[in-house]
Design a protein around this ligand. Structure first.
Ligand code: PLP
Length: 478
């Protein structure tokens, strides 16, 4: 089938909406920026949780049209139907689950990365982009205390970081299967997924007991390992949590590292929530020994306050990561061979990917490390401040002081059970939508969780949380 020059010219004209000219770009960019600035200006007073029904009842039409729509209509749609309903995770009063961030510098980094669309998979395609990604990984490795022979890769989040590490552990220590895995019942459920995807879902799994602070009991770990060895089962992988979701508890990493070293077991630390607290002094003391882990999963979109979409897997012996993910032996070049470091495509399952280094590199460069360190120290301090204030409130069981920045507590009005009242109080708070918390069950008992991790959360917001709890108690007792 031939095509005429005239037909090609007509198609060229028809696709022009995909390439706005300079004036249009300036106008559109300005409109989007104004929209974002208005949002950020309103943010301090926005509810932290919104019901959907009310918003979607307006029946705004999200369908795609042949001719396209104007920017004003679309921005209005985005504001009402995307920004409003659900959780306002950018709110300083969002203290549910593990809060994310949303640094403005990252949004600018994403914009720059998308406009130049550099190919960050291979050093040969964009040495600059690869150098930036490697610089980010090297910086995090230094924060953790890893040697220069470590390697890392930026992932889409903590789940993919844990999967990446489990695959590296499998290739290094369990290529033929059969090895046993050790962890506590508080390990994040993504570890389950990772083992399954890595083909180790049926590996012998030992749930190790915990102490009264939900941390792995090292004596119980040793017993389980020795029992396996005596029974001819090979210990393969120990997974410790540097900050569990439920209570923010940090397993005794240094002691576990001793046990793993003695038995030749791969030691992985899931530090998706807590690992990067190693940047501040107090956090580093709590994570002592993390540099001895064979691999670490991190989540800059939590503890470095980035918008969602950035995790990191670090492997102490970088060659193990390279070995796990290079597609063919032909590609394997020593890690340090390229001037800008290894190519991301050789260290992860991905080939073509977003140039995600920019969203981490730009805020670190512009904000400076001291600001990140202060923000982390502030979060740890705010959790302790909240715990102390809560301990003074009648009817609340604040539990032990937090390891990191999660406080799990119960509401127990004088007589009887705390489960139902705690659940009702949480529901009341969520419906009120001012301060957003979440709940969990630990060994069958219901807990309210306050997780302080947004860079926007400060002491006045924790004061507001105390007020919201007092308001909630009053409302429940009519
Ligand atoms: C958040 C989290 C994960 C999962 O990470 P995603 O970024 O949500 O994929 C895993 N482990 C822990 C401890 C976490 O806090």
């Amino acid at each position: 089938m031939t095509i005429t020059r005239g037909e090609l010219e007509a198609l060229k004209a028809a696709m022009q909406p995909l390439e706005p000219d300079t004036d249009d770009r300036r106008r559109l960019g300005g409109e989007v920026l104004d929209h974002a600035l208005d949002y950020l200006e309103a943010l301090p007073e926005l509810p932290s949780n919104n019901s959907w029904d009310e918003v979607f009842a307006q029946k705004l039409d999200p369908e795609f049209t042949e001719g396209g729509r104007g920017s004003a209509e679309l921005l209005s749609y985005f504001g009402q139907c995307v920004n409003r309903p659900g959780f306002t995770t950018t709110s300083p009063r969002f203290m549910a689950y593990i809060p994310g961030g949303g640094l403005f510098y990252s949004a600018l980094g994403d914009f720059l990365a998308a406009v130049s669309n550099k190919y960050s998979g291979f050093a040969s395609a964009s040495p600059g982009a690869v150098r930036i990604e490697n610089a980010c990984c090297a910086w995090m490795a230094k924060v953790i205390g890893y040697p220069e022979t470590s390697a890392g890769t930026l992932t889409s989040g903590g789940s993919m970081a844990n999967l990446t590490a489990v695959v590296a552990a499998r290739e290094a220590r369990d290529p033929d299967g059969g090895g046993a895995v050790y962890m506590t019942r508080f390990v994040h459920h993504c570890v389950d997924k990772a083992l399954h995807i890595a083909g180790r879902g049926r590996a012998p799994r030992r749930l190790i007991d915990t102490d009264d602070r939900c941390r792995m009991d090292v004596a119980a770990l040793v017993t389980a390992i020795e029992r396996d060895v005596a029974n001819g089962v090979r210990p393969w992988l120990v997974i410790a949590s540097a900050g569990t979701i439920d209570t923010g508890s940090v397993d005794p990493i240094d002691d576990i590292a001793d046990v793993c070293a003695k038995h030749g077991i791969w030691f992985h630390v899931d530090g998706a929530y807590g690992g990067l607290f190693a940047l501040c002094d107090e956090g580093r003391a709590k994570l002592s020994g993390i540099d001895r882990a064979d691999s670490v999963a991190l989540d800059p979109h939590k503890t470095l306050f980035l918008p969602y979409g950035t995790g990191a897997a670090l492997v102490r012996d970088g060659n193990q990561l390279l070995h796990a993910f290079t597609a063919s032996a032909e590609y394997i070049t020593p890690l340090g061979e390229s001037e800008v470091g290894p190519s991301p495509a050789d260290l992860s399952p991905e080939l073509t990917r977003h140039f995600r280094g920019m969203r981490l590199w730009l805020p670190l460069q512009m904000g400076g490390i001291a600001a990140f360190r202060a923000a982390q120290q502030e979060k740890l301090g705010l959790a302790r401040y909240f715990h102390a204030r809560l301990s003074e409130l009648a009817g609340f069981d604040a539990g032990p002081p937090p390891d990191l920045s999660v406080v799990a507590f119960r509401y127990q009005p004088e007589n009887g059970d705390a489960d139902a009242p705690s659940e009702r109080l949480l529901q009341h708070l969520q419906q009120e939508g001012r301060v957003m918390l979440s709940g969990t069950r630990i060994d069958g008992r219901y807990y309210i969780r306050c997780a302080i991790l947004s860079f926007r959360t400060h002491v006045e917001h924790v004061d507001e949380l105390i007020e919201a709890l007092q308001r909630g108690v009053k409302a429940l007792h009519g």
